[in-house]
Design a protein around this ligand. Structure first.
Ligand code: UT7
Length: 328
């Protein structure tokens, strides 16, 4: 009997049309194009319209993934939306997406693992398909980070953008497959990257608004250091689990936060930086959406081909991390 292979049946992504350049940011805070490019690698980022919420970006990415896989919305059994910027505390953004795309046969859940969220959602999708509970799972990473960006804080406001990426996971007919997945977290680092306001700890009040608790806070330098260590370790762990060597990997798609983080991870892994996919220059940091957007972009451009072995690796608030090896 041939072995069941479970992998990516289709990919889609969506970036809002509006662009925010470094020159635009120079007019908003005390910064410069040169500083932003040198310290982060970011040149532009896409910004959602005021009337677009995370579910709108997610639904567009999902429609595109359905189109590319020639599947219908009614073929989807489960929708997972990985996000830290859901439309509202409840209902879940995945339920809102279900209505928008018409996938009424699907169960729905949101997943929060910050920038590692999409890899967590992909692993959950993989497990459900493997154990036979669901046939096709739509795993979306979608963020409207500009909704929680403090436009007065130059340490953070230059970093983030909006966007969504989606994959449909299911049984492939002998083609690609998910080979291995590794997830981890350490809650002791929670307050280095977080948004304190709006939950049950600090419900919205005049005071929480006045003290700017509804914006992202980050200790950039420490996050940078831990991101490099955790992503390199996560990559090594998933390779070890798969019994593979770094040389067997065709491409690496790391979470896109900062080009200097990516090049430090490449150095630690002794993988040539040419194998690293970089989209941070035109996307900024898209949190849970960064890896699926990058993956869809390079697959659509024909850079990643069928049969290529791709290592995905992420790090984010929590702290959380994750890595996955996928044969396309
Ligand atoms: O997505 C989840 C993970 N997130 C990340 O991985 C982000 C990780 N962190 C980073 O990418 C980097 O730490 C940043 C890009 C946020 C900052 O870069 P850095 O090299 O760590 O800079 P820094 O925070 O040490 O700041 C260096 C200097 C400071 O000035 P002084 O104190 O040396 O005079 C900052 O005030 O740069 C200053 N600075 C800026 N200058 C111009 C900070 N932000 C800016 C800015 N423009 N936007």
């Amino acid at each position: 009997m041939s072995q069941r292979r479970i992998g990516i049946l289709g990919l889609g992504s969506y970036l809002p049309e509006r662009i925010l350049t470094n020159a635009d940011l120079e007019k908003m805070v005390d910064t410069s194009d040169q500083w932003i490019v040198e310290r982060t690698g970011i040149k532009i980022r896409h910004i959602a319209r005021d009337d677009q919420a995370t579910s709108d970006l997610a639904s567009e990415a999902a429609r595109r993934a359905l189109n590319k896989s020639a599947l219908k919305a009614e073929d989807i059994d489960l929708i997972i939306v990985a996000t830290v910027t859901g439309d509202m505390p409840f209902p879940s953004t995945s339920c809102i997406v279900q209505e928008k795309i018409g996938a009424f046969g699907a169960a729905c859940m949101d997943l929060n693992a910050a920038c590692s969220g999409w890899l967590y959602s992909l692993d959950v999708a993989w497990q459900f398909v493997k154990n036979g509970r669901y046939r096709r799972v739509l795993a979306i990473g979608s963020e409207k980070l500009t909704a929680i960006t403090d436009w007065k804080d130059r340490n953070t406001c230059i970093l983030f953008g909006d966007g969504a990426g989606a994959a449909i996971i299911g049984e492939t007919d002998g083609g690609g497959e998910i080979i291995s997945s590794y997830l981890g977290a350490d809650g002791r680092w929670g307050k280095l990257l977080y948004m304190p306001g709006g939950g049950s700890r600090y419900p919205a009040s005049h005071e929480t608004v006045d003290t700017r608790l509804h914006y992202m806070k980050m200790e950039g330098k420490e996050v940078f250091k831990q991101a490099v260590i955790a992503m390199a370790r996560a990559a090594e762990s998933v390779l070890q689990q798969a019994g593979m060597k770094a040389e067997e990997i065709t491409w690496v798609i790391p979470h896109q936060a900062n080009i200097r983080i990516m090049s430090a991870v490449a150095k630690r892994l002794a993988v040539p930086f040419e194998k690293f996919i970089v989209t941070v220059d035109h996307c900024g940091n898209l949190s849970a959406a960064s890896i699926p957007v990058a993956l869809d972009e390079v697959v659509s451009a024909g850079k990643i081909k069928s049969g290529d072995t791709v290592l995905l690796v992420a790090f984010g608030g929590g702290f959380t991390w994750g890595s996955m090896i996928v044969r396309m």
